[in-house]
Design a binder for this molecule. Sequence first.
Ligand SMILES: Nc1ncnc2c1ncn2[C@@H]1O[C@H](COP(=O)(O)OP(=O)(O)OP(=O)(O)O)[C@@H](O)[C@H]1O
Ligand SMILES: [Mg+2]
Length: 197
Amino acid sequence: MVESSPMGIEKVSKSLRQNSEHVDSFTDQSTGIGVQKIFLTTVEETHIVGAKLARAWLATKRKLQDQSNNKKILPIFLLTGDLGTGKTNLVKGIGQSLGINEPITSPSFALAQHYKGHVAGQPTALVHVDLYRLENQETADELFAQEEEEAHLMRALLAVEWPERLSFTPKNSWKLQLNFGHEKFINTKRELIISTT
Ligand SMILES: Nc1ncnc2c1ncn2[C@@H]1O[C@H](COP(=O)(O)OP(=O)(O)OP(=O)(O)O)[C@@H](O)[C@H]1O
Ligand SMILES: [Mg+2]
């Protein structure tokens, strides 16, 4: 049985606030949860923000290691948003900070892909799941459970596209909601809404 741990995204929120003019933070009135809204103007900016999120995740992982809390569940990244809003591109940025050299591609057909990398001589791993094609909730739940277990054993970052396919919302997650800017498909503007579950 793995223990869960409540973990925030205060660090990444702070770093994003310091480095960008395009950040807004507020509290969701219905849930009381702190939310960050970030405006992304280019694909490159999406990669940079993905990389920052992964660095914050690595810091969380290191903190747990230092406290010998290696059994605790690491935060899962839940990537929501319409087709083509940039979820896979956010994961490409995540891969940069995990020191993954292999190109990260959409796991739409494979459903799940595993990557290995190195940061400062330490091994890292990424499990990238795309549940889009699993319209049956039970099948989606099963694949998620299997990949979550594998990611936990590898101490990997688990990034899940289309978590809406699941019958539940995984706890201890960083929810990354991508939306198109107003002029859908015309330009590269996106908004990213970050919250925790
Ligand atoms: N600011 C941006 N951030 C991310 N992608 C962008 C941005 N502007 C334009 N794009 C383009 O939008 C597309 C996003 O594709 P991507 O595969 O990342 O989306 P997705 O959300 O993973 O889609 P799907 O739900 O089909 O998996 C790419 O073609 C990318 O070049
Ligand atoms: Mg995708």
